[in-house]
Design a protein. Structure first.
Length: 381
């Protein structure tokens, strides 16, 4: 029902809307990580667009400047910018980036030569009062920059309005994920990705929220489809965790082998959707607290990730956990030791780590490992 064709129609419409708005004078701001508050960008009258790439095509171009043994997400994102082969990057006026992993931080130095870039100095100790106060200061600097670059003043009223809109967006995304919390899941992971994808530019969000809720309503009708329910009921329920699923080959491998990815904890999934921004306090402080609570592996220590994983395993009745780690992503690769121990010993669930890149070279190896893992879950291995 919801596949790449469904998403392609949304992407085409959203792209055309954004280009029209840009021609009318609206600024477009590229972002690279879940820590950048999109509410601030929208409150300045600009359009945010996420730029992390999942294609292996621009990597050869990127390796003219970057080392080969670097994370494919970093290389792919930079290669698109260097070759000007990403339509989203092409339309950006300037970039906001977060100081997360070392690979991204050093790549951003080179990216700044292609497009003006402001680096947010993310404190990497989460949710201490000192970190929150520092992050509030960083967000005020971003607010000043956005006002200067867009010519729009960011008021508490305009910011509070965007907080309400983005909270409504988070609520709609959670409604989609919640369709898989019951005894029988109603969505495949590929369908979740197609429904919740923002289609690039984040403009006219009220329309996009309505589309997401309409799609969720269509999915609820599946509960009356006995054939579908019987088919999906028998499939092992998988949680994908780890690095962003910017490239879909691991997700595809799990579902091609007969599993159903009922939830994704990764960035872009439940990790970054999370809880709403509080609307009963200073919006700048509320944004700082919300975004700094994202349990990314770049944070140390990172106890929030285990709390979230335990909750997902319980709520979504997970049978097994697959952790995706991109090659040379040292933060997530180091954290896999703690995650495996937590999943297998505390949660009592089978765990599989897949370390890979964006190429198709190891597709067969991944298929074999995933099939063996699912056979173990089915009791036939």
């Amino acid at each position: 029902m919801f596949d790449r064709r469904y998403l392609a129609d949304i992407e085409e419409r959203v792209f055309n809307e954004a280009v029209e708005l840009k021609e009318a004078g609206t600024r477009i701001v590229g972002i690279f990580c879940a820590f950048t508050p999109k509410e601030l960008i929208a409150a300045a009258g600009a359009i945010p667009v996420s730029l992390c790439s999942g294609s292996d095509r621009p990597i050869a171009v990127a390796e003219q400047h970057l080392p080969r043994n670097l994370c494919p997400l970093v290389k792919s994102s930079y290669g698109h910018a260097l070759a000007d082969t990403c339509p989203y990057f092409h339309e950006t006026d300037f970039l906001l980036a977060d100081a997360t992993c070392d690979g991204k931080k050093k790549m951003f130095e080179l990216l700044n030569e292609i497009r003006p870039l402001h680096l947010l100095q993310l404190p990497q100790t989460a949710e201490t009062e000192e970190s929150i106060q520092y992050w509030v200061g960083e967000l005020y600097r971003v607010r000043d920059l956005l006002e200067e670059r867009t010519g729009h003043r960011v008021t508490n009223e305009s910011l509070a309005r965007q907080v309400r809109i983005y909270n409504d967006l988070r609520s709609s995304l959670l409604e989609v994920f919640d369709l898989n919390r019951g005894e029988v899941p109603l969505l495949y992971g590929r369908e979740i990705e197609a429904i919740i994808d923002m289609g690039g530019f984040e403009c006219n969000l009220e329309d996009r929220i309505a589309e997401i809720r309409f799609a969720a309503g269509r999915v609820r009708e599946r509960a009356r489809d006995n054939r579908f329910m019987e088919e999906i009921r028998r499939k092992p329920r998988i949680l994908i965790t780890g690095c962003p699923t910017t490239n879909k080959k691991v997700l595809n491998a799990v579902e091609d082998a007969g599993g159903v990815v009922v939830a994704m904890e990764n960035c872009g999934g439940l990790k970054s959707v999370g809880s709403p921004v509080r609307e009963d306090m200073d919006p700048m402080v509320a944004l700082a607290r919300k975004y700094l609570s994202i349990p990314c592996a770049c944070m140390t220590p990172n106890p929030g990730r285990q709390v979230l994983l335990r909750q997902i395993v319980q709520d979504y009745r997970i049978d097994g956990v697959v952790e995706l780690t991109w090659q040379a992503c040292h933060t997530y690769n180091v954290e896999t030791f703690q995650v495996q121990k937590f999943i297998t010993e505390t949660c009592g669930k089978p765990y599989l780590q897949i370390e890979t890149d964006y190429s198709e070279n190891d597709t067969e190896r991944i298929r074999v490992r995933v099939e063996a893992f699912l056979e173990l879950l089915n009791g036939t291995g």
